[in-house]
Design a binder for this molecule. Sequence first.
Ligand code: SF4
Ligand code: SF4
Length: 416
Amino acid sequence: MTPLPCSTNSPTLLSPWRRRCQWGATLLLILTPWFHFDGNSLLRIDIPNLTLHFFGQTLRIEELYLVLLFSLVLTFGFLLITMLLGRVWCGWLCPQTTLTDLAEWFTARLGLRGKKKPINKMFIQNFILQLIYLLLAFLVSANLLWYFIEPLDFFSKLLAGQLHYASWISLLLVTLIVYLDLALVRRLVCRDFCPYGRFQTVLADQSTLTLHLPKAELERCIECGSCVRVCPMEIDIRRGYQVACINCGRCLDACRQVMAKRDQPGLISYTFGTSGMGAKSLINLRTLLLSTVTLVLIVILLFAAYQRPSASLKIALSHSVASRILKDGNRATFFNAWVNNRSDTKGNYHIEARQAGNDTPLLLKGQTNQLVLDAGENLRVDFVLVTAVPKFKLEIEFILLDQNDTELAVAEAHIK
Ligand code: SF4
Ligand code: SF4
């Protein structure tokens, strides 16, 4: 038998790049809640104050239309990326894939991969593995909660046993789910349960990026089976495109390594579609339509964010203090107001009132001047409106002004 030619060629591999992308994305998810911008978390949902801290912006619940718009941009952007690049997210970025890779790495390190030995013979290793799964599951669960509770606050409350019961339930429930995922399910999630995987089957078309082994190249295949053995989804790429493929490129690396020993290039490559048109196949109606919708949504989002007022005012009649007639015969009506500084600098505000329709100024007493709010801060103020006893319903406009007397927001109310 003629010996195979020995090659010193070391093929270019994608695995180091894939690992960097996976860990980069995972670290980003872990570290984002730890970063601050102007004293606020980079990204956190503050449930008690009904606000969202989003990269330096503080959005009140009434501004969540911006979040909705942002979610739409994300969704359509994601659909577009999937249509163009297939399941690149799954293979290169998804934390579930990273977690599964990590679980498999620990399994291998503890000598448990593919072992059919009775459980009692590998008891210690199995026990350690379950503890590692549990620790990973707890970290994932805690990481999720950091998007709702400041991480340092989370740890101090956890150690003091002062976490809210809802946080405890979430923490334990997510820990249990992730533990079961690591111990029992792993890649089955990607193959059978993940809704994104289902979407991908609908979105993939003749121009989607995929791993491909052209028929013409099959002649060079030496049937070594390396591409199949390394595939986490148990796919045989030689049989053509398969929906479960997560575009990880492991088969491409394996084939390149095998063929490099024969001084030949690998048989498998990334291509847009399998028709051989390359990137030109991206120019089609579906791609153009989805790109246009995504672009339009991005423009609307930018416009809405740019037009967003720098402060807001909400007014409500006081529920705790009833209106009353004063000695001079006028009536005092008690109001609560909520001022929100939506800008990224400190603001100095005051509130005025006028009769709607004819702009007659009305008298306010109480906490209506020198309202100094930090960027993103909310403030509740209580004040009294003094008017003659109205014969009919009196429509009032409350105006929020800055120190240059520029009107920033108007809130309406009425008294009878
Ligand atoms: S076929 Fe290749 S790219 Fe697809 S999942 Fe398997 S190893 Fe990854
Ligand atoms: S790794 Fe390459 S040569 Fe080996 S079986 Fe797969 S396609 Fe054929």
